[in-house]
Design a protein around this ligand. Structure first.
Ligand code: AMP
Ligand code: MG
Length: 491
């Protein structure tokens, strides 16, 4: 089907029809100088039936740079609250994001379009309503990289830049990333009405979310507990995926947790380079609350906040029972993913220990997580087969050899054929991930108005499991300067 023109996108905004308490209606604030397109993602455009040729029109940067509206848009900032670093903050809300509305595609799916960095809203608190170019590039690239990895996430349509000055630690320029998701409702969207004791509104929100995103539960007995149960399941599986791919979110506050179980709000995230379960990607997280290894526990903690907010709608026992499913689902899913990463198809009792011991060795010897798992596909399992390339990852070769003997035995017992296993492992162990330094290189070029590196990474990360000729450098270990880049919350 031929794509649509901008003006012909089928816009609606069902969130705008919810009671006044849910949002503040307002238009984006245009930049102080003309917006220009920095990068366009045709894969996301396809989701809303948008003709990719539209990106070349000046109106495109106008619409997604916050200075033009198209028919059917009804811009608003969403209200929410949330627990930030364990502390309840009674009012957050979109302080710099503006929901334009939802586009319905020919398949009947609806996608919220949101401008992040589009100016002040009534929820801006001390902020300026803007996002700096570097943070929009990080969100844009990482959300598409996660999608490429098969991890549920918000998507990103484009980045629109400007020469509008924004003040952080230094003067930077403001940009907008256009985010897309079936919904931007967060755990904190429920919390705000619970803590305000607005139980009517709480029910309206739950009914809205169920009707739109969990329609099979509408009219079912006990719909709110069942809704929660599904959020538990999706969140548990999502976090298992983060753990298996070696990705840390960095700011798992309840306002950054999606009720669809998709990765939401990319800030100081990071992919692990040298494996370290204590990895903290957020420079401001002094106590390591959101350290990599803590994420599964924080997922549960955040879900318990959501459960509490749902108490006026669902039975305590039912909510508790759903919450109790979290750990087994998350751990079970993680084990499935890790088994696949080491190329095992069947399940054996001993697998957990085999995998834990490998991770322990990788930690001890500071082995690069992504590179090693990709290389492990080359493991040869016949007795006496050399695995020199793999043992060289470890300072203590003997320790690796001891592990390798167990692994080889396990593979042989499962009747694994090396070539077939290698192909299977390459479909789950990515060759390319968005390491911080890769994003940083694209950012530094973009700050000099050279945007091609963004597009190059976008294309690369769309197919992270494929060997891409000429792109080997992007699969290499980070240079030393790139290993310890600190990323702050300043964005
Ligand atoms: P985050 O840590 O990015 O998830 O943001 C937490 C809260 O701060 C959200 O309510 C954001 O909308 C708000 N916020 C972050 N940066 C800004 C900014 N520059 N201007 C206004 N609000 C902001
Ligand atoms: Mg946020």
């Amino acid at each position: 089907m031929a794509g649509r023109a901008l003006e012909a996108l089928s816009f609606d905004n069902s969130y705008a029809r919810l009671p006044e308490a849910f949002h503040a209606k307002l238009n984006p604030t245009p930049f102080s100088s003309s917006p220009y397109l920095i990068s366009f993602n045709a894969a996301a455009a396809e989701l809303i039936d948008l003709d990719p040729a539209e990106a070349a029109r000046p109106e495109f940067a106008g619409v997604f740079g916050g200075s033009l509206l198209v028919p059917g848009m009804e811009p608003l900032a969403m209200l929410y609250a949330g627990h930030q670093f364990g502390v309840y903050v009674p009012q957050l809300g979109d302080g710099r994001a503006i929901l334009l509305g939802e586009v319905r595609n020919a398949r009947g799916e609806k996608w919220d379009l949101q401008l992040k960095g589009a100016g002040l809203t009534p929820f801006s608190r001390d902020g300026d309503g803007r996002a700096v170019l570097r943070s929009t590039i990080r969100e844009y690239l990482c959300s598409e990289a996660m999608h490429g990895l098969g991890i549920p996430t918000t998507r990103a349509l484009c980045i629109v830049g400007s020469d509008h000055q924004v003040y952080r630690e230094q003067v930077e320029t403001g940009a907008i990333v256009v985010r897309m998701a079936p919904s931007h409702v967060r755990f904190g969207s429920f919390e705000v009405f619970y803590y305000r004791k607005q139980h009517e509104q709480l029910k309206v929100l739950a009914d809205y979310v169920i009707a739109r995103h969990y329609p099979h539960l509408a009219g079912a007995p006990d719909p709110y507990a069942r809704f929660f149960d599904e959020v538990v399941e999706r969140t548990a599986k999502l976090i298992a995926q983060w753990q298996a791919v070696g990705w840390a979110h960095g700011v798992m506050n309840t306002d950054n947790m999606s009720i669809l179980g998709i990765t939401l709000d990319y800030g100081p995230f990071g992919f692990i380079d040298d494996y370290d379960p204590g990895f903290i990607c957020n420079h401001s997280d002094h106590n390591g609350r959101y350290a990599f290894s803590q994420q599964p526990y924080i997922g549960l903690w955040n879900l318990s906040c959501l459960a509490q907010a749902l108490l006026p709608l669902a039975g305590k026992d039912e909510l508790k029972a759903a919450l109790d499913r979290y750990t087994p689902v998350c751990e079970g899913w993680y084990m499935e993913l890790m088994r696949a990463k080491v190329g095992l198809l069947d399940r054996q009792e001993e697998d957990a220990e085999l995998i834990q011991d490998l991770l322990g060795l990788m930690h001890q010897h500071r082995v690069d997580y992504t590179i090693f798992f990709r290389a492990l596909g080359d493991f040869r399992s016949a007795p006496g087969d050399p695995n020199d390339g793999l043992r060289d990852f470890f300072l203590d070769r003997d320790a690796f050899d001891r592990w390798a003997r167990r692994y080889a035995e396990r593979l042989r017992a499962a009747g694994s054929r090396d070539e077939e296993r290698r192909a299977r492992m390459n479909r789950v162990n990515p060759k390319y991930v968005l390491r911080n330094y890769l994003a940083q290189q694209a950012i530094e070029k973009a700050q000099q108005k050279e945007f091609s590196e963004i597009d190059r990474l976008l294309t690369l990360l769309r197919n992270p499991f494929d060997d891409q000729p000429g792109m080997e450098a992007y699969a290499a270990a980070p240079p030393n300067w790139g290993k310890h880049l600190s990323v702050s919350c300043s964005s």
